[in-house]
Design a protein around this ligand. Structure first.
Ligand code: ADP
Ligand code: MG
Length: 651
């Protein structure tokens, strides 16, 4: 069988600025399984460098390092991590425990990366700590333990995955002599169980515990001798703690994910203020996106309901070429005969000619100026106007030029401000013409096209004869038959009138077009504002990235330690990515709740206008904040996972 460790012609160079430091030169060394070896030498002689290479957290510059006959240079990063996790156990001079975890959790950590189930690893860590006399310190944090106790925790951590090779770099260097003795006794015991123990030390009394002492000087081996202890070959005892069969793959995955989640939560808790401020950026972004979309949807509905007050599918025909045609008022081609002819068309459900003028209304001593509309009895049908009281005038009134008037709610308020009874049947003066009120139009919903100006309606015949002295029309309004598309009806009406007039000296307003224009304008506006809100979400994401970068550089030592005990690159990546995503997800959730709360308050305060939240905008905000977390968390997490374990550990 191949020896456990074989080094041949191994060199390690460090490039420091222009100079190259040779930390190890031409090292050749064979260590058999079960040996206890001490590596001694002055400070700077290359002991730690050798140890790091033996433990696979550093690689030789040249030369070969074989473990049980396998060349380590041929192994990739994750295979090296597996070796560190399953074969080696590290014991550091400075213990390198994670200060936010208690003793038990520190011991368990390598087992998580090995994929042990929580109950198994808890039980095994407990057994190990008990064996090292730490039963009553299991839930203490490193800060609450003495140096010797911390070193015992770190020994338990080295053993949790059943390491066959223990690498201890100056394990007693930071301890007083009693605690140091205790640690050496434990190492002796572990050796007696059959493990290979390699101790780095500059203290000869420590080295004498070993069977073999290798001395380094300036990176080269200067002596390699056996001690008396070697002759007292220890009886190999049964290993008290041994690695079980490898756990199922899915369990490994889930365990690692769960651990990454727990670590992310712990670090968020440790930096509460920072986390909260980072979240604030995401919260503001999500609140603005969700609210803007709700605002857009609310205004769209409001506009739609206002437009529906215009009546459905109405065409308005005006003289002139287009809106703002200066000659429009002089063009007299639109006449009553046109309206009558249109009424015969199959696509027309109702039609009314319209004339209008401005007059002063008078009731008693109260005066108001109003728009006087002359319309036919079908006008109210065309417009879908509803009455609050009374009746519309009828065809007979139109024929007989009656002075029956229908007033709107604004007129009622203007002329009868404190009037108790109904104004129906009262006579008012329109200019100098007395008119009898026969109907009152119901108050219109506020919104598009409404204003506070009084308007009254008289038969168009009356208006033409009494006020205008002219038989031309201001416009013709028609309601398109239900079964006809408004576009088709518009085209037919254009053809029909162009034929009658011999030229197209009119233009048509289609309320359906207006509806569509307004709706699409509202949508474009919503999109625009939502885009601005998305920008604020992205700015929030940049904040997350910034903080994660800081967090990675603060925790380089922790990352190095995790790698030394066998964390894969993907474990480190996962841990930081999950932290970023969690910040964003929690921020997103708070943001959505805040937006809903804001909406509830807003809706309670403004009964006329409502924010309308759509499930899709909430889901989108949620998904978007997760994506932000992944996108902006990736770079810091990748930086962390690409760290070199030795470099990270040495910080
Ligand atoms: P020891 O543990 O015996 O005190 P080390 O193995 O730590 O010695 O260092 C051996 C030599 O290599 C020293 O001269 C040290 O300065 C150098 N060295 C170790 N690590 C690095 C590094 N990362 N960069 C540059 N020089 C290094
Ligand atoms: Mg050292």
């Amino acid at each position: 069988m191949a020896p456990l460790i074989v080094l041949e012609n191994l060199c390690r160079h460090f490039v420091a600025g222009d100079a190259t430091v040779v930390a190890l030169r031409e090292v050749g060394l064979t260590i058999e399984a079960g040996e206890m070896v001490a590596i001694v030498g002055a400070s700077g002689s290359g002991k730690s460098t050798l140890m790091n290479i033996l433990g696979c957290i550093d690689r030789p510059t040249t030369g070969s390092y074989c473990i049980s006959g396998r060349e380590t240079a041929a192994l990739d990063i994750d295979e090296l991590a597996t070796l560190r996790r399953e074969h080696f156990g590290f014991i550091f001079q400075r213990y390198n425990l994670l200060s936010e975890l208690n003793a038990l959790a520190n011991v368990e950590m390598p087992a998580i990366y090995a994929g042990l189930s929580p109950s198994d690893r808890g039980a095994r860590a407990g057994t190990l700590l008990a064996r090292l006399g730490m039963t009553d310190r299991i839930s203490h944090r490193p800060g609450q333990l003495s140096g010797g106790q911390q070193q015992r925790v770190s020994i338990a951590r080295a053993l949790i995955n059943g390491a066959r090779v223990l690498l201890a770099d100056e394990p007693t260097g930071a301890l007083d002599s009693t605690a140091g003795e205790e640690v050496l006794r434990i190492l002796d015991e572990l050796h007696a169980e059959g493990r290979t123990v390699i101790i780095v030390t500059h203290d000869m009394t420590v080295a004498r515990h070993a069977e073999r002492i290798i001395e380094l000087h300036d990176g080269a081996i200067v002596s390699d001798r056996r001690t008396e202890r070697a002759r007292l070959a220890p009886a190999a005892r049964n290993l008290a703690v041994e690695a079980g069969p490898p756990p199922a793959r899915w369990r490994t995955q889930i365990g690692r994910l769960g651990e990454a989640l727990r670590m992310a939560l712990a670090s968020m808790k440790a930096h509460r203020l920072r986390t909260a401020l980072t979240m604030l950026g995401i919260i503001i972004g999500v609140v603005s996106v969700v609210c803007v979309v709700a605002l857009g949807e609310g205004s769209r509905r409001q506009v739609l309901s206002s437009i529906s007050n215009l009546g459905t599918n109405t065409l308005e025909i005006f003289p002139g070429k287009d809106f703002g045609d200066v000659r429009s008022g002089k063009i007299k081609t639109l006449v009553l005969a046109d309206a009558r002819a249109l009424a015969q068309q199959p696509y027309v459900a109702a039609v009314t000619p319209t004339v209008s003028t401005n007059r002063t209304l008078r009731y008693g001593s109260v005066e108001a100026s109003a728009l006087v509309n002359g319309v036919s009895e079908q006008y109210f049908d065309v417009k879908g106007t509803k009455l609050a009281a009374g009746l519309f005038f009828d065809a007979g009134s139109v024929r007989s030029l009656s002075q029956d008037i229908v007033i709107d709610d604004n007129t009622r308020k203007a002329l009868f401000p404190d009037y108790g009874g109904s104004p129906l049947g009262q006579t008012i003066l329109v200019g100098n013409v007395p008119c009898r009120i026969v109907g009152i139009i119901r108050q219109q919903q506020s919104g598009f096209g409404s204003n506070a100006n009084p308007a009254v309606y008289l038969p168009y015949t009356t208006v033409q004869a009494r006020f205008l002295g002219d038989s031309s029309l201001r416009s013709i309004s028609l309601r398109v038959a239900n079964e006809t598309a408004s576009g088709a009806a518009e085209l037919a009406a254009v053809d029909f009138l162009t034929q009658r007039h011999g030229a197209k000296d009119f233009f048509i307003l289609n309320t359906d077009d207006i509806r569509r224009t307004i709706t699409s304008t509202a949508q474009v506006l919503t999109l625009l504002v939502a885009a601005i809100a998305v920008i604020s979400l992205i700015v929030g994401g940049l904040g997350v990235m910034n903080i994660m970068l800081v967090s990675v550089s603060e925790r380089i030592g922790e990352i190095g330690l995790r790698m030394a005990v066998g964390a894969r690159r993907s474990d480190i990546l996962q841990q930081f990515l999950i932290e970023a995503v969690l910040v964003c997800l929690i921020g997103g959730t708070i943001g959505i709740l805040a937006a809903l709360g804001f909406g509830a308050i807003f809706n309670a305060l403004t009964p006329a206008f409502h924010l309308v939240y759509s499930a899709s905008s909430i889901v989108a905000a949620f998904a978007f904040s997760t994506i932000i977390g992944i996108v902006f968390g990736y770079l810091p997490a990748r930086n962390a996972s690409l760290l070199d374990p030795v470099v990270a550990l040495s910080r």
